[in-house]
Write a protein that binds this ligand. Structure first.
Ligand code: GLN
Length: 345
């Protein structure tokens, strides 16, 4: 009696196909990204799960932020191949706020090397709120990082340029290359924050007193305020995160934006201090270097896999978007995005 012909009995090609099929079936979550359908399903689920969540409140210490619609909720994920997956509101533009600090720090690293950041404000968590004066006092403006306000204003003061306009154009141009389109300032947010940023001016003057800012500390504060007012949507932020996930090369435009050798240091500071004094909790949940802003955005980076961003203005007590944290954690964990997940030998 003839045996029924199977794929295996046909040829070496059959054997190879079978082996590949077996490999695919047994591929662990951490080895490759799931397929497009699974990625979109994870994003749709997180969107639906948290759409009606009413926790947290808009930041109101900057008056313009209190007026933003708290229902804005957009998710975008960009893979290092440049594939884009989205859900919800991709049109609404909010102010980038503290997420800008990552990219100004990156600019300084590109121009002066990562050691310049390490030597000036440092690369350690403060364990304090992002505008803490105590954190400056403790180590005379060192032993902190470029993602809290004093360190961030000092970083803005380190960006090269002969004039206010030179420095500003350098920063805005750099952000735009990360986003893959020409970004601009939300003037109402800038005006509102500039009128109420006396505490940041005080932080900057204290950093100046400790020699952490050279030159005009109030100019650095003003440029910092302007950089925080740059308008971005969820897609812009996801492109920025994906550029970091792809070793500094924007996967959508194909342009090398940041020096690839500095990306590990950028991600290290994000992992240490990206979600203020809740950074440890965040890393524990996701393993992802990330950065939040009081405008309601959060970006997160799964190195070598994807960048993700969520915008949703209501914040928790630590100043991080409630929906964005939940959505990014769920999506990344569903896709095996945690970089600490490795296959045992
Ligand atoms: N522009 C804001 C500030 O300086 C940024 C703070 C934030 O997003 N955490 O207070």
């Amino acid at each position: 009696m003839n045996k029924p012909e199977t794929i295996l009995s046909r040829s070496p090609v059959g054997w190879l196909t079978a082996l590949l099929m077996l490999l695919c079936l047994s591929t662990p979550a951490w080895a490759t990204m799931p397929d497009a359908t699974a990625i979109q399903a994870a994003i749709d689920k997180a969107y639906a799960d948290y759409k009606d969540l009413e926790e947290g409140a808009n930041a109101d210490y900057i008056p313009a932020l209190a007026k933003v619609d708290p229902n804005v909720y957009g998710i975008a994920l960009v893979t290092i191949e440049g594939n884009v997956y989205t859900a919800g509101d991709l049109k609404t533009v909010v102010s980038i706020q503290s997420i800008s600090k990552v990219f100004t720090m990156a600019r300084v690293m590109d121009e002066s090397g990562p050691q310049a950041i390490y030597d000036n404000m440092g690369v350690d968590a403060t364990g304090q709120v992002f505008n803490s004066i105590v954190a400056i006092e403790q180590y005379k403006g060192a032993e902190m990082n470029a993602l809290v306000n004093p360190g961030a204003i000092a970083a803005t003061g380190m960006v090269q340029g002969d004039s206010y306009d030179d420095i500003w154009n350098s920063i805005l141009g750099y952000y735009s290359e990360f986003a893959g389109r020409k970004l601009s300032v939300l003037e109402d947010v800038y005006t509102s924050e500039a009128a109420t940023n006396q505490r940041n001016q005080a932080l900057a003057m204290l950093m100046y007193a400790y020699g952490r800012i050279e030159g005009d500390a109030l100019q650095a504060t003003d440029i910092y305020t302007r950089q925080c007012s740059v308008g971005v949507n969820a897609q812009d932020l996801a492109n920025m995160a994906a550029t970091l996930a792809n070793a500094g090369k924007n996967p959508v435009t194909g342009k090398q934006v940041a020096k690839s050798e500095n990306v590990p240091e950028i991600l290290a500071v994000m992992a240490t201090a990206g979600l203020y004094d809740d950074s440890g909790k965040w890393l524990y949940r996701t393993g992802l270097p990330a950065k939040s802003g009081v405008g309601g955005g959060i970006i997160a980076v799964s190195p070598g896999k994807f960048g993700i961003a969520v915008i949703s203005p209501p914040l928790d007590a630590a100043g991080n978007s409630v929906r964005a944290q939940k959505a990014i954690a769920d999506i990344s964990n569903a896709l095996g995005g945690n970089p600490y997940l490795v296959q045992p030998l």
